[in-house]
Every structure is written in structure tokens, then in C-alpha cells.
Design a protein around this ligand. Structure first.
Ligand code: 7RM
Length: 365
């Protein structure tokens, strides 16, 4: 049902979800959704960069893909390598563009709509989790007014709320915890072999409501803005700052492709703001540390001024494109990488960062 309404999916559509089949977006939205609706589904196992960064656009042209669903992290990589690649292909078969997996920064949203969709395709941002089993918050193409960066409205029957620690709804545009207050068909029922953990993690933080672990705010039109994982919130001099907001600000700078922000314990401020930044292809980092700090200050305020900026060619990510901030936290603190790295996709990025860490840190402090 979510495939049908969110992607307006019909039998004559050629639909392509770029997610890896081993992750939930892959099996649900490459297989179950499109095939139960009789659509054609395109599956591609290779990299987006082989033989070059035009690969996806070449496939869309060749198979006349009409609906395309990908992740913000992929879109930011395409931005990094420039609009020449998509410009070389005929993308007029496209009717709709979707995103999932992380908050999409407005710059990436607008690029997606203009460069890939030629300004004619609706862009639907869809919020959901492995635990929710299907899309929970997303616009309906043609019916919902899109806003770059907002996942917009709940799907039929989904009742999200943004609440404070005590479970009370916060007001319009106030940040808080995103919870779901009514059950829905595809919700998770337990954690295999650990029902106690299921109860503690998802149902006891705000009693009687499903706790998503994400922060969000709801604006005056009832549109929902996801603020990222709540464990990614920094406490800087007693102020709560969302790492995603700082990342979005960094990414809005013309030289930056991608950014990950983590906190590092700081005697004075509680937490220091450490940023890992990848630059557009061919851009040199000279002079950018100061410029980026200034950029964030102007955007968000002096409180959000980064303490450290480290440039890197790639960020450590999972196969579904989520940045592994836990590993970056270890690197920022100069610690050995601890914990599980089995879901890390690009090992080289991490090796590079740990080797380079000492040097670049001391340059940037
Ligand atoms: C489908 C999937 C879930 C987490 C979720 C969020 C983040 C997913 C969006 C998003 C902002 C979105 N399952 N997330 N979609 N954040 N806007 N449209 O990603 O279990 O692997 O991850 O991903 O933090 O809690 S997942």
C-alpha cells in the first residue's frame, strides 16, 4: 500500500530502488512492494561509480526508469562529481523521485529535483525504520506540497507525535522525541530472543507509545522535520545542538559534499564539536577551515562554531549509506576503534582517517 501511494506505482511503471537487497529498504521496496503491484522492478548490484559516475543515469536511460528511489548519501556523491554525468543522458522517462535513509539537506533535495528531475518530477522524502516495516511519513505525489528537507505528512493511519521527556506534546516548531502513538500493520512485535530489550528500548521511554529514537519538530502546516537520531544531539555549553543541523549547514557551503559531526568530551564546554568533511571533486582544503567555521557561525550562531574540522576523501558508512558516527567519535577522541565494525562498507575510509587523524587534528584544533 505504501508503494502504491507514495510512489504512485502502476503496472506500466519501471521502478528502481537502489537499496542493497540485504537491508530492509532493499527487500521491501525492490521486491515486495513493486511486485505485489505488478510493476517492473530494476535491480542493480554494481557500484554507482563504475565505469564512471554516470552509471545510474545510463541505466535510467537504457531501461526507461519512471520511478527512482535512492538515499541522500548517494545524491550527495552525485553532487560531488558534478552535473556533467546526468546531463549526458536522457532522463525524460522519470516521473517521480524518492529518498530515504537520512534527513536530506535542502541543497541536495533541490539538486535532485532540478538536475535529475528537470524540475518536473515530484520529490518524495520518506521516513521509516527497519522496526516500522514500511514507510510511515512521506508526501503523496501530486497531493502534498513538498518542502525541501521535510518528510511532510504521516501515511494513512499513522499517528506520530513530538513529545518531551515526560511524554507531553511540545508545541509547533519545538524539537522533541518522535513517537508513534497508535499501532500500525507492519510494526515490529519483539526482538528475537530478547523481548525484555524490545520493551525497554521501544515502549518504556515514553510509556504506551512507540519510541523511534529520532528527534523531530512539526511546523505550523503539520509538516514533520526529522532532526536525526537523538543520541546524535550535542550538549555544548549547556545548549542542545543537533549534529544534523550543523552537518546541513556545512553541506550548504559550495565546496562541501558531505559532513559528519560528532561530539568529543571537553572540560570547558561539555562537548566540543568535531566535524569530518568531504569536499567537492578537485576542491583543495586550503583556507577552508576558517571559512567553514565562519559559515556555520553565520548560519546557526556562534555556539555551533566547530572546534575541529578534518578533511577526508570518504566517511565510514554502512552499505545502506548511514554514516557510522560511533567510529568517528572514537577517531575524534584519538581512541582505538572499539565495538563492532562488521557493517562497515568502506574499510579504506576508516584506515585513511585513523592514519591521518593525528596529523590533521593537530592542524585544526
Ligand atoms: C528505512 C531505513 C532508520 C533511521 C531512522 C532515521 C533515519 C530514515 C529518513 C531518516 C530523515 C528520512 N531504515 N531515516 N529515513 N531520517 N529522513 N526520510 O533507513 O532502520 O536503517 O534506519 O534512518 O534516523 O530512525 S533503518
Amino acid at each position: 500500500m505504501t508503494s502504491k501511494y507514495v510512489f504512485d506505482l502502476k503496472e506500466d511503471d519501471v521502478y528502481w530502488c537502489t537499496a542493497d537487497i540485504g537491508w530492509i529498504t532493499g527487500h521491501s521496496y525492490c521486491i515486495y512492494g513493486p511486485l505485489s503491484l505488478g510493476a517492473s522492478t530494476l535491480m542493480y548490484e554494481g557500484a554507482p561509480s563504475t565505469p564512471d559516475w554516470g552509471r545510474f543515469w545510463q541505466l535510467i536511460e537504457k531501461y526507461k526508469v519512471s520511478k527512482f528511489y535512492t538515499a541522500p548519501t548517494a545524491i550527495r556523491s552525485f553532487i560531488k562529481y558534478g552535473p556533467e554525468y546526468p546531463k549526458n543522458y536522457d532522463l525524460t522517462s522519470l516521473k517521480l523521485l524518492g529518498t530515504v535513509g537520512e534527513p536530506i539537506n535542502p541543497e541536495a533535495w533541490v539538486w535532485y529535483r532540478e538536475v535529475i528531475g528537470s524540475g518536473r518530477c515530484p520529490v518524495v522524502d520518506s521516513w521509516w525504520q527497519t522496526e516500522t516495516g514500511s514507510i510511515m511519513i512521506a508526501g503523496l505525489p501530486g497531493a502534498t506540497t513538498a518542502k525541501p528537507g521535510s518528510a511532510t505528512k504521516p501515511f494513512f493511519g499513522i499517528v506520530p507525535q513530538v513529545v518531551d521527556e515526560g511524554g507531553k506534546e511540545v508545541g509547533i516548531n519545538k524539537g522533541g522525541y518522535l513517537v508513534i502513538s497508535k499501532p500500525w500493520p507492519s510494526m515490529m512485535r519483539t526482538i528475537y530472543g530478547n523481548h525484555e530489550r524490545f520493551k525497554a528500548q521501544y515502549w518504556e521511554k515514553i510509556p504506551g507509545k512507540y519510541f523511534t529514537g529520532d528527534g523531530a519538530r512539526i511546523d505550523e502546516d503539520g509538516d514533520i522535520w526529522i532532526l536525526g537520531r537523538i543520541d546524535d544531539v550535542l550538549n555544548v555549553s549547556g545548549h542542545r545542538l543537533s549534529t544534523m543541523e550543523i552537518e546541513s549547514s556545512l553541506v550548504s557551503h559550495e565546496s562541501v559534499t558531505e559532513a559528519a559531526v560528532v561530539g568529543k568530551p571537553d572540560d570547558l564546554k561539555g562537548e566540543a564539536i568535531c566535524c569530518f568533511v568531504t569536499l567537492k571533486n578537485g576542491v583543495k582544503p586550503d583556507g577552508l577551515v576558517g571559512a567553514l567555521k565562519q559559515h556555520v557561525c553565520e548560519h546557526i550562531g556562534a555556539l555551533a562554531r566547530p572546534d575541529q574540522i578534518t578533511f577526508t576523501d570518504a566517511l565510514p558508512k554502512t552499505r545502506s549509506g548511514k554514516i557510522m558516527r560511533r567510529l568517528l567519535r572514537d577517531i575524534a577522541m584519538g581512541k582505538e576503534i572499539s565495538g563492532d565494525t562488521s557493517t562497515l562498507e568502506n574499510l579504506a575510509a576508516l584506515a585513511h582517517l585513523t592514519e591521518g587523524a593525528e596529523k590533521s587534528m593537530s592542524e585544526n584544533v
